[in-house]
Design a binder for this molecule. Structure first.
Ligand code: AGP
Length: 373
C-alpha cells in the first residue's frame, strides 16, 4: 500500500486519527480560512445553474455511505425545506421507483466502484427524467462513479485502506453540509446570517474532532465490558439515529458481535423485549433538542436492568451510576454533532475488535469495494 501505517497498529486506527485533518481539508473546499461570513465563490461555481433548478434530492448509496445520506436528509429538509429521499441502492434498483422531475441524484461512495450504486444511477439515467442532475460524492476522483455523473464533489479523506469506513464517512458528512449550504444559498432558502453561523461552527469541527480523539483511553476501558457480549444495541434520536446505525454496522463488521442501531423512540415498539443485564446499550446523547426525550428512553432501559454506555455532552450533567457509564464528548452545535459523535463509536468498535482478536483491517467475508452485485 502507498499509505503507511506509521506508528499505528492498524490502518483503521490511523484513519480514525486522520479525521481532524481530513475533515479540515474537505471543509476548505467550501470555506476560506480567513472568510467567515460566506462560502467561497469558487465552490461548485460551474454548477450553480444546475443546482438552482433542483426541487428534490434522491440519495443512493450502500453501507456506511448510506448512513451519511441519512444525515443529509435531516439537513436538506430541516435547513432548506427541499424534500430528500435516501435509499440503499440495491433496493432502489429493483422496485421501479419514481424519480420526480428536477431531481438532484446524489450517489455517495467512498470507492466510486460499488456495483449496486453504479447500477442504480445508470437505471435512472436511462429514463432521463426532466431536469435530472447527478452528483458523485466520492473519495476516488478517477472512479467510474465520478466519470458517469454531472457533478463531482470530492471527499478529501486520502486513501482509506481499512475495510471499515471511518474518515470517508466523516468527510462525506462535511462535504454534504457544504452542499446543503450551497443549494440553500443559491436558492435563497437559507439566510446569510444562518449560513455564517454554520460556517463558524464548521471551522470549530477539526478541533472538536481532535478533542474527541482524546477519549480513546476511557473508551478503551469501556470496551472491556463488550468483549464477551453476544449482542448490543445502539440508540440515538434525530441526527444521532444514523450514527446509531453506523455504530452498529462498525461493531458488527469488525468485532463480529451482533448489533442493532435503533431510533430510541422505537424501543417500546419491540426491541425493549431484548433488554436484560447481558445486553449492553450504547446511547448517543448530545445535549440537543431531543435530549429530554432520550433520557426518558434511557430510563426505560435502565429500569429493565439494561447496562447503559452513554456518550453525552460535557454540559449535559449526566452522572454515572450503577449500570450507567458515561463518557463526555466535547460540546458541539446540534447540527454538526453527528460528525463529532462518529468518533467515539468508531473507537469503541475498534477496541472491542482488537480485544476479541479479529482481523480489524480485513474482516472475514468482506471486501473494501463491492464491485459485484
Ligand atoms: C463500511 O464500513 C463498509 N465496509 C461498507 O458498508 C461500505 O461503506 C459500502 O460497501 C459502500 O462502499 P462505498 O462507499 O465504496 O460505495
Amino acid at each position: 500500500h502507498n499509505a503507511d501505517k506509521g506508528e499505528f497498529k492498524h490502518y483503521m486506527l490511523k484513519e480514525i486519527y486522520e479525521q481532524p485533518d481530513a475533515v479540515a481539508r474537505t471543509i476548505e473546499m467550501g470555506i476560506d480560512k480567513s472568510e467567515t461570513a460566506k462560502l467561497r465563490n469558487d465552490f461548485l461555481q460551474r454548477h450553480e445553474t444546475q443546482l438552482s433548478g433542483i426541487r428534490h434530492v434522491q440519495v443512493l448509496a450502500c453501507g456506511t455511505s448510506y448512513h451519511s445520506g441519512l444525515v443529509a436528509k435531516y439537513w436538506f429538509e430541516s435547513l432548506t425545506r427541499i424534500p430528500c429521499s435516501v435509499e440503499v441502492a440495491s433496493e432502489f434498483r429493483y422496485r421501479n421507483p419514481v424519480v420526480v422531475d428536477n431531481s438532484l441524484v446524489i450517489c455517495i461512495s467512498q470507492s466510486g466502484e460499488t456495483a449496486d450504486t453504479l447500477s442504480a444511477l445508470r437505471d435512472i439515467q436511462k429514463h432521463t427524467p426532466a431536469g435530472l442532475v447527478s452528483l458523485a460524492l466520492c473519495n476516488v476522483p478517477t472512479s467510474s462513479l465520478v466519470r458517469e455523473t454531472d457533478i463531482f464533489l470530492p471527499t478529501l479523506a486520502g486513501p482509506e485502506i481499512g475495510v471499515a469506513s471511518t474518515k470517508a464517512f466523516t468527510t462525506q458528512l462535511a462535504a454534504l453540509m457544504l452542499l446543503v449550504m450551497k443549494v440553500g444559498v443559491i436558492q435563497q432558502r437559507m439566510t446569510n446570517d444562518y449560513v455564517s453561523t454554520l460556517i463558524g461552527e464548521l471551522q470549530l469541527l477539526p478541533g472538536q474532532l481532535h478533542a474527541s480523539l482524546n477519549l480513546d483511553t476511557p473508551i478503551k476501558t469501556m470496551s472491556e465490558s463488550f468483549e464477551d457480549k453476544r449482542s448490543c444495541l445502539f440508540l440515538g434520536r434525530g441526527l444521532q439515529f444514523p450514527i446509531a446505525l453506523e455504530g452498529a454496522l462498525k461493531l458488527k463488521e469488525i468485532s463480529y458481535i451482533h448489533a442493532e442501531g435503533y431510533a430510541a423512540g422505537e424501543l417500546k415498539h419491540g426491541p425493549l423485549a431484548l433488554v436484560d443485564k447481558d445486553m449492553p446499550i450504547v446511547v448517543l446523547a448530545p445535549k440537543d433538542s431531543m435530549f429530554d426525550k432520550l433520557k426518558a428512553n434511557m430510563q426505560e432501559v435502565h429500569a429493565r436492568h439494561g447496562e447503559l454506555f452513554v456518550f453525552a455532552s460535557e454540559s449535559s450533567q449526566m452522572i454515572a451510576e450503577d449500570r450507567l457509564h458515561v463518557v463526555y464528548v466535547p460540546d458541539v452545535c446540534e447540527t454538526l454533532a453527528p460528525i463529532v459523535y462518529s468518533v467515539p463509536v468508531q473507537l469503541l468498535s475498534y477496541h472491542v475488535a482488537v480485544m476479541r482478536g479479529t482481523d480489524v483491517d480485513q474482516p472475514r467475508n468482506l471486501a473494501k469495494s463491492v464491485t459485484v452485485e
